[in-house]
Write a protein that binds this ligand. Structure first.
Ligand code: GLY
Length: 404
């Protein structure tokens, strides 16, 4: 981790620092629905009330995962589960909008048992776990301790990078295989942040190499993505392209498409390399023009689910996609910006409607209903999920920011 930022061309490095410092949007081209944006003030208040319900029964040192409406039971996790950063991250986003101190206090409480994950080298999910939580906390109130935790997290994540494969390993395996999932694109933002604050370009370089390998191997000609690529750990050659959470190896798992879209949008923000913008635009085009995308723009859990139109929807994919499109619209021409902003408007309107937003006090305190975690494993089907809430509140914040 010793190489400095000097390997980047001066202009590119300048653009990188500027791009990261500016956060998400140019805020020039979007036409948002101002009334919808205003209604989000109340949505944030409602979300805060829900998260107090969620917090009430949360056992100490446990993290909310989901809730089963049929049994009325929560499922919690420990801090090592990939979703542990979403609860504090969501609390902080809602606090930012409502200034409700109780939410900030709860976020600070739950960050304590999460801290130790900075040294976790057994997962690729450190971006989700640490950047959505400590990254957000540090944005709101920078602290040297947060910075140290985030840099250690980035270092831990980099231990999973293999230059032969050109990727960060997603899942450990006892077999001779090196498994990478499209979701892993979401962990790269942490690495860009680490280069920005340390001046050490190693993190940046790993992120770029991982993204380039992903472009090469994870996408089909129509820009839909495979969920899992199995690489030969000795040679880096692709051994298999398959799914884990989707309907079939050749299907388009909805959340995977959303992770790719969000990930390549961040890649463009951080590097200003047009190939990442092109990739994000292609993914958006696949998603938004798909004949199986319903009118409310909340996708079925897999674009190729065999029982469409009776297949379950995945509201989490819609929330992630809305957040991504609201950033991507700031990087494209006015025509595309309108398409993306209009689509995100529809997604957010749908998620905020009674069709997906839980009535007050229900849903175990989660905000959004009707998500799918892992349908082939019959796990988390038609339930709330922490990341649906996180990306929903992030998308609402982005929408509000664009509407100012
Ligand atoms: N990263 C796992 C998922 O999206 O379900």
């Amino acid at each position: 981790m010793k190489r400095r930022i000097s390997w980047m061309h001066g202009v590119a490095a300048g653009a990188f620092v500027l791009a990261m410092a500016c956060g998400t949007q140019k805020q020039t081209t979007a036409t948002t629905d101002k009334a919808l944006a205003q209604s989000f003030d109340k949505e944030f208040v409602d979300a805060g009330a829900q998260y107090k319900v969620l917090a009430k029964d949360l056992p100490a040192d446990k993290f909310p995962k989901t809730y089963f409406p049929t049994t009325g039971k929560h499922e919690y996790s420990n801090s090592g589960w990939w979703c542990s950063g979403f609860y504090p991250g969501t609390l902080l986003y809602i606090y930012e909008q409502t200034k409700d101190q109780a939410l900030y206090t709860e976020a600070m409480r739950i960050l304590e048992p999460l801290k130790k994950e900075q040294y976790n080298k057994s997962t690729h999910d450190l971006g989700f776990m640490m950047f959505c939580s400590f990254g957000t906390a540090n944005r709101l109130q920078p602290k040297p301790e947060y910075k140290e935790i985030l840099i250690n997290s980035a270092k831990s994540l980099c231990t999973r990078f293999d230059p032969k494969v050109g990727c960060i390993k997603s899942w450990d395996s006892k077999k001779p295989e090196f498994l990478v999932i499209i979701d892993n694109m979401m962990n790269l933002e942490l690495l860009f942040w680490a280069t920005q604050v340390t001046g050490d370009s190693s993190y940046y370089k790993i992120a770029v190499t991982h993204a380039n390998t992903t472009i090469k191997n994870h996408f089909r000609p129509d820009y839909s993505s495979y969920h899992v690529i199995n690489y030969n750990p000795e040679t880096g050659a692709v051994q298999q392209k398959r799914t884990a959470q989707g309907f079939a190896d050749e299907s388009a798992w909805a959340r995977g498409q959303a992770w790719g879209l969000y990930g390549f949008t961040v890649m463009y923000r951080a590097t200003k390399d047009k190939k990442y913008l092109d990739q994000a635009n292609h993914i958006a085009n696949y998603y938004l023009t798909h004949p199986n995308l319903p009118a409310d723009k909340v996708p079925y859990w897999d674009f190729n689910a065999p029982d469409i139109p009776n297949a379950k929807r995945d509201a989490s994919a819609a929330a992630i996609t809305a957040a991504a499109l609201l950033e991507l619209q700031g990087y494209v021409d006015a025509g595309k910006a309108k398409v993306y902003t209009d689509a995100a408007t529809t997604m957010l309107r749908s998620l905020s409607s009674a069709a997906y937003k839980a009535p007050a006090g229900t849903n175990g305190g989660f905000i959004i209903e009707h998500c799918v975690g892992h349908l082939p494993a019959k796990s988390e089907v038609d339930v709330p999920l922490t990341y649906a809430d996180y990306y929903y509140v992030e998308a609402m914040k982005r929408y509000k920011d664009l509407s100012k």
